[in-house]
Design a protein. Structure first.
Length: 123
C-alpha cells in the first residue's frame, strides 16, 4: 500500500500537463502542416536539453559521491575521476550542441527552436 499511493500521486497530474502542451498550430479539425514542425522541434530540443542537464547533475553527484567514499584507494579514485571527467565532457557536449542549435536558428530564422518555455498547466 505504501508504494501504490506515491505511484498513483505521480501519474495523476500527467494528463493535465499533456493537455496543456498544445499550440495554435493545428485547429481541432485541421490536418497538421509543415508549419507545425518548428514548434514540435522546439519542444523536442527543450526536452532533450532538460533531460541532458538532469543526467549531468546525476553524473556529477555520482562522481562526487564516489570520490568522497574512495577512502584513498587508487582504483576507486580513478573510477571517480573518470565519472567526473565524463560528466564534464557531457557538459561541453551540451553547450556545443546548444550553440550549434542557436547558430542554425539565427541563420534560418526559426526562433521557436531556442525559446524554451513550458506552458502552464490547466485549460
Amino acid at each position: 500500500m505504501r508504494r501504490i499511493i506515491p505511484l498513483i500521486a505521480f501519474f495523476i497530474p500527467l494528463p493535465i500537463y499533456a493537455a496543456a502542451w498544445g499550440n495554435d498550430c493545428v485547429k481541432d479539425t485541421d490536418v497538421p502542416t509543415i508549419q507545425c514542425l518548428d514548434p514540435l522541434l522546439g519542444n523536442v530540443v527543450a526536452a532533450v536539453l532538460a533531460l541532458s542537464g538532469v543526467g549531468l547533475f546525476v553524473m556529477l553527484l555520482t562522481g562526487g559521491y564516489k570520490y568522497l567514499l574512495s577512502g584513498g584507494d587508487q582504483k576507486k579514485l580513478e573510477a571517480a575521476r573518470g565519472t567526473l571527467t565524463s560528466a564534464i565532457t557531457g557538459l561541453v557536449i551540451i553547450v556545443v550542441a546548444f550553440l550549434i542549435i542557436k547558430t542554425i536558428s539565427v541563420f534560418t530564422g526559426a526562433t521557436t527552436v531556442t525559446q524554451f518555455t513550458v506552458p502552464p498547466p490547466g485549460p
